[in-house]
Design a protein around this ligand. Structure first.
Ligand code: ADP
Ligand code: MG
Length: 283
């Protein structure tokens, strides 16, 4: 298939636990096209962060293959930028310096002025143009998260991996940052995989929403194409009936997963397990 940037094939993760091996993710299949924004959604504990961490190279793959830009990956690399719930800022450096440090690492050939221009550009885009010289202790949670996002974009990775980046924020700040992220992405078109458990956030941001089944042995349950036009602005999107249809489909899926038994399926009936629809529509 053309332009496939990420190819996760029969991916699986097994954690050793005191009670024996725990199969968190199994037979997880997903392809992501270059420049696509994909949200990964599912109930808490189903294995979203585990999938993201494997893609980031921060967790080993137990089963299957993980291919990025045609190459199998097992380690972290500058081609992937990661943003977690609470970004780590170095407390003794200013906002600007926190972003600049990363830019210096990835752009050693540029001049100081060029590197600073890059850092300033992304900090301005996330609304921190007037806060460049503030120290991390002077920032609100929302501002810290903005620095984390600016830093991730400034490093110019091929792919961004975002793990519930707005999970800790109040709802007003979250909505603001969603709008900023969508604008940033629409101007930059990086390949993004973002974990969220917020249905509205997923529909607003994504080109495709990948729904994971309830764990253990979680896999892709359904993929929803989000055919809302871009550029997306919150008010306009909320005016579209299609937004509510898509949102409804997501909620419906998540509700069916909520009723699913948490324990392992009975061993005597492998046919019943195999009969679950592998219905993931990909790309
Ligand atoms: P999510 O991000 O969807 O909330 P996670 O990927 O964090 O879920 O976790 C999925 C499951 O894997 C959970 O049951 C969690 O307890 C388990 N898990 C995660 N990391 C480890 C680990 N290092 N060792 C053992 N179990 C783990
Ligand atoms: Mg998680």
């Amino acid at each position: 298939m053309m332009d496939v940037y990420v190819d996760l094939s029969q991916l699986g993760k097994i954690f050793p636990t005191p009670k024996g091996p725990l199969c968190v993710v199994k037979d997880f299949n997903l392809k992501i096209r270059e420049g696509q924004f994909v949200c990964l959604i599912g109930h808490s504990g189903c294995g979203k962060s585990t999938v993201l961490a494997m893609l980031a190279g921060l967790q080993d793959v137990s089963e299957g293959v993980l291919v990025l830009a045609g190459r199998e990956v097992n380690d972290p690399g500058p081609d992937r930028g990661v943003v977690f719930q609470s970004p780590c800022l170095l407390p003794w450096f200013s906002v600007l310096k926190n972003v600049l440090l990363g830019v210096e690492q990835v752009c050693p050939d540029k001049t100081n002025a060029q590197r600073e221009a890059i850092a300033r550009h992304y900090l301005e885009l996330v609304g921190l143009g007037d806060d460049l010289h503030k120290m991390p202790r002077e920032l609100s949670q929302g501002m810290c998260q903005r620095v984390g996002i600016a830093r991730a974009f400034a490093l110019n990775p091929k792919m961004l991996l975002l793990d519930e980046p707005f999970g800790m924020l109040d709802s007003i700040t979250r909505v603001q940052l969603q709008q900023e992220l969508v604008q940033l992405w629409e101007s930059d078109r990086k390949t993004v995989l973002m974990v969220t458990h917020d249905v509205d956030e997923a529909v607003f941001l994504a080109d495709r929403v990948v729904m994971m089944t309830q764990g253990p042995a979680s896999r892709v349950g359904r993929v929803l194409n989000i055919d809302l036009p871009r550029p997306r602005h919150r008010e306009a999107v909320l005016d579209q009936p299609r937004f509510y249809e898509l949102r409804g489909q997501l909620i419906e899926f998540l509700e069916t997963q909520n009723c699913a038994p948490r324990e392992e399926p009975p061993r005597q009936e492998p046919a019943a397990i195999c009969a679950l629809p592998q219905s993931a529509r990909q790309i």
